[in-house]
Write a protein that binds this ligand. Structure first.
Ligand code: URA
Length: 242
């Protein structure tokens, strides 16, 4: 498929805007098959020609994967008139093609994948695939193993019965209790509803793992990193049966 060079550059370099791409091309920083091209409208097929910026070859990938450490206060949506969305945190991303894989509540933080790969999203979200989603939840008051025990069996939330979950108490934080809870579904407010059912309340919620994918050390809330399809697949599978 052929693209205009300035448009292609924004696809290849996620952090570059269309304006910056045009400037880079006009400034002689972009080459096609080793030859400087200064016309931003020049058409090119990235599967046939090699585009480089400042001497660095850029690889074209049909599907791209961003691992975002979602901060609280940002909506899991592609666009919104009033509130900042998770896609707004990735400069230059195409809001028509990319989407978050599932939703985290506005006040939930943590691991969120953003991609244009619909098949992968389906795979990760399908309840039949049992991909684990692990959360750290700060729960109000004292929460004990006995209180959590019913979650390991599955509980009736009214509209559905949860699959067995696993949990671990992380420790107390003042008067409250931190727990790790792993579920394989992703129903609306599921973790909050599960914790309410056992007689507590979520004060803060963070997703820490999806399959074998965790938040890389040093990736602060609001920051993202791009993963190749190979890295993503390897890391997702690394978590299976753990
Ligand atoms: N469960 C919830 O209640 N909220 C989330 O954001 C994710 C899981």
């Amino acid at each position: 498929m052929k693209f205009r060079l300035d448009r292609l550059l924004t696809e290849l370099v996620s952090t570059i805007s269309r304006k910056q791409a045009k400037e880079a091309i006009r400034g002689g920083r972009v080459r096609i098959d080793g030859v400087v091209v200064t016309d931003p409208e020049r058409k090119t097929d990235p599967e046939e020609e090699t585009v480089s910026l400042d001497g660095k070859g850029l690889t074209y990938a049909k599907f791209r994967y961003y691992l975002l450490n979602k901060p609280a206060g940002v909506l899991s949506a592609t666009r919104d008139k009033k509130k900042e969305t998770v896609l707004d945190l990735i400069p230059g991303i195409d809001h028509e093609k990319f989407f978050p894989v599932g939703r985290l509540d506005i006040d939930t933080e943590g691991l969120l994948l953003i991609t244009n790969d619909g098949a992968l999203a389906h795979e990760l979200l399908s309840p039949k695939k049992h991909v684990e989603k692990e959360y750290f939840a700060l729960c109000k008051g004292v929460v004990t193993e006995e209180m959590l025990a019913p979650l390991a069996e599955g509980v009736d939330l009214g509209d559905f019965v949860t699959a067995p979950a696993t949990f671990r108490i992380a420790g107390s934080e003042g008067e409250n209790t931190g727990i790790f809870l792993t579920i394989t579904e992703g129903k609306f407010h599921q973790v909050k509803r599960m914790v309410a059912l056992i007689g507590s309340e979520i004060l803060a919620l963070r997703r820490v793992r999806m399959g074998g994918l965790t938040i890389p050390e040093g990736l602060a809330a609001g920051e993202f990193t791009e993963l190749s399809s190979e890295e993503l697949t390897a890391r997702l599978h690394a978590g299976k049966n753990e």
